[in-house]
Write a protein that binds this ligand. Structure first.
Ligand code: HEC
Ligand code: HEC
Length: 203
């Protein structure tokens, strides 16, 4: 009898862990208080290495928090932040940030604007020589992303974008289905600079 109850409760645990938690933005706002120190109160950060989270596609933030927790996305700062978060916390935080309004934060210089012009061509047309598809096919023409796997890349810090593309290129970040690793591997460091300057100015 006891064995049977144990079996049933463990089956229930397995089933319920597979059900994706649905997020509550108001609960997420309270839980985001600690995150605000680095990402800003509404997910608009003032430090270029800390990504903006405002207006991110629903589902992406929860998936990244899970990836930091499992170690699949390695980052010492974020690993410490997510250690105590439950799936429900992640879903609530996701709902809160998805409901905030994105805002361009990078101040682009004249040099950046020249880089962005070259970046626009790759973003919209891809890079046929290395069989790289247009970035906009997955991230949208204005960089708003497509829920839930394809993140918003517009209105993001230029430095953060560049740093992530370099991390994918080196294989330090593989991401969903290795898609970005395969893409960034074929980009030069100059093209990465151009793309980062372009995406940072999109809104
Ligand atoms: C001490 C500063 C700090 C705190 C506090 C912090 N973060 Fe972060 N966060 C970072 C940094 C730095 C990165 C960039 C990591 C990288 O380069 O991979 C990051 C990355 C992220 C990302 C990935 C975004 C993307 O576009 O892929 C998410 C999501 C995130 N943080 C959410 C949170 C949440 C939610 C909290 C609160 C529970 C939090 N962070 C607390 C510094 C912080
Ligand atoms: C086939 C779909 C696809 C294409 C094409 C694509 N991406 Fe992505 N991109 C993704 C996915 C999926 C992710 C999330 C990966 C993860 O889980 O780490 C992503 C993530 C990113 C990120 C990280 C965002 C963040 O907040 O951390 C950047 C930057 C990015 N892509 C830029 C680009 C650029 C620039 C191009 C064109 C050269 C491009 N992408 C083309 C699917 C795509």
């Amino acid at each position: 009898m006891l064995k049977k109850i144990l079996l049933i409760t463990s089956l229930f645990a397995v089933l319920s862990s597979n059900v994706q938690a649905s997020g509550d933005a108001a609960a997420g706002e309270a839980k985001a208080a600690v995150c605000g120190a680095c990402h800003g109160a509404t997910g608009i950060s003032s430090i270029p290495a800390n990504p903006n989270l405002a207006g991110q596609v629903p589902g992406y933030i929860a998936a990244q928090l899970e990836a930091f927790k499992s170690g699949e996305r390695a980052n010492a700062i974020m690993a410490g932040q997510v250690a105590m978060l439950s799936a429900q916390d992640m879903a609530d935080l996701d709902a809160f940030y998805a409901a905030q309004t994105a805002q361009v934060t990078s101040k682009l210089t004249e040099d950046d604007k020249a880089l962005a012009e070259a970046g626009r061509i790759i973003y919209r047309g891809g890079f046929a020589e290395r069989k790289i598809s247009a970035c906009m096919s997955c991230h949208g023409p204005s960089g708003h992303g497509i829920p839930k796997n394809y993140p918003r890349v517009s209105a993001q810090h230029k430095e953060y974008l560049e740093q992530q593309l370099l991390a994918y290129k080196k294989g330090d970040r593989k991401g969903y289905n290795d898609i970005m690793y395969n893409i960034a591997f074929g980009l030069s460091e100059q093209q990465i600079k151009e793309l980062a300057a372009y995406m940072a100015g999109l809104n």
